[in-house]
Design a protein around this ligand. Structure first.
Ligand SMILES: Nc1ncnc2c1ncn2[C@@H]1O[C@H](COP(=O)(O)OP(=O)(O)OP(=O)(O)O)[C@@H](O)[C@H]1O
Length: 202
């Protein structure tokens, strides 16, 4: 039993990062459908209001500013961010819940989250999803119809810095250009198969 517990706690999480609209969710949904017992998605905590269709504990853990600030001051988060006046964060407990079930924990975080995680003892794999171009990113974000003109401009502005960080040598274990979706997915799957699933189960 002691051996099993050690193996489980040694499962390295998988951090996926990339500009808003680069295709992280689309790729992750497909990966988790293909390997339902291998991966668990770590829902971030957030103080923002729940949108229609969002399920507490699946998409996010919805909380309030008081509770979240208290938990942050108690050191319960690996990374936190403020975006659009709301707080977001990855709680240590959420990650532990997934790894303790013997699953690999997937985290979808922003560049600033990656920077904070790199200072923690989480030691995950890092994958960056790169859009084929800023023009194509804009086209996809527009066609998703989830953004106002203002938030779209903001996302594109941030995307330029994120891509710069993503392409900096050494920041990520793998960079995947999400041009044609099926090829990008195959690249993600190959990386996961070769470098993660095989090594983790050795
Ligand atoms: N390779 C692709 N070709 C064309 N469209 C794509 C491709 N990949 C994703 N999309 C579409 O682009 C849009 C953005 O994708 P998605 O929502 O997965 O991005 P995201 O990185 O998770 O964004 P956010 O960080 O805002 O949640 C979606 O409408 C998705 O269907």
């Amino acid at each position: 039993m002691a051996c099993k517990a050690t193996a489980i706690s040694n499962l390295r999480p998988l951090v996926i990062c990339g500009p808003s609209g680069s295709g992280k969710s689309s790729l992750l949904v497909k990966l988790m459908c293909e390997y339902p017992s291998k991966f668990g998605f770590c829902a971030s905590h957030t103080t923002r209001n729940r949108r229609e269709g969002e399920i507490n504990g699946i998409h996010y853990r919805f909380t309030n500013v008081h509770d979240m600030q208290k938990a942050i001051s108690e050191g319960k988060f690996i990374e936190t961010a403020e975006y659009g006046g709301n707080l977001y964060g990855t709680s240590k407990e959420e990650v532990a819940k997934i790894t303790n079930r013997g699953m690999m924990c997937i985290l979808d975080v922003e560049v600033n989250g990656v920077r904070q995680i790199k200072k923690s003892d989480l030691n995950p794999w890092y994958i960056f999803i790169q859009p084929p171009s800023i023009e194509e990113l804009e086209r996809r974000l527009r066609s998703r119809r989830t953004e106002t003109e203002e938030s779209l401009k903001e996302r594109l502005r941030i995307a330029k810095n994120e891509i710069e960080y993503g392409l900096e040598p050494g920041n990520f274990d793998k960079i995947i250009v999400n041009d044609e979706f099926d090829s990008a997915y195959e690249e993600l799957k190959a990386f996961v198969d070769e470098n993660i699933l095989e090594k983790e189960t050795e």
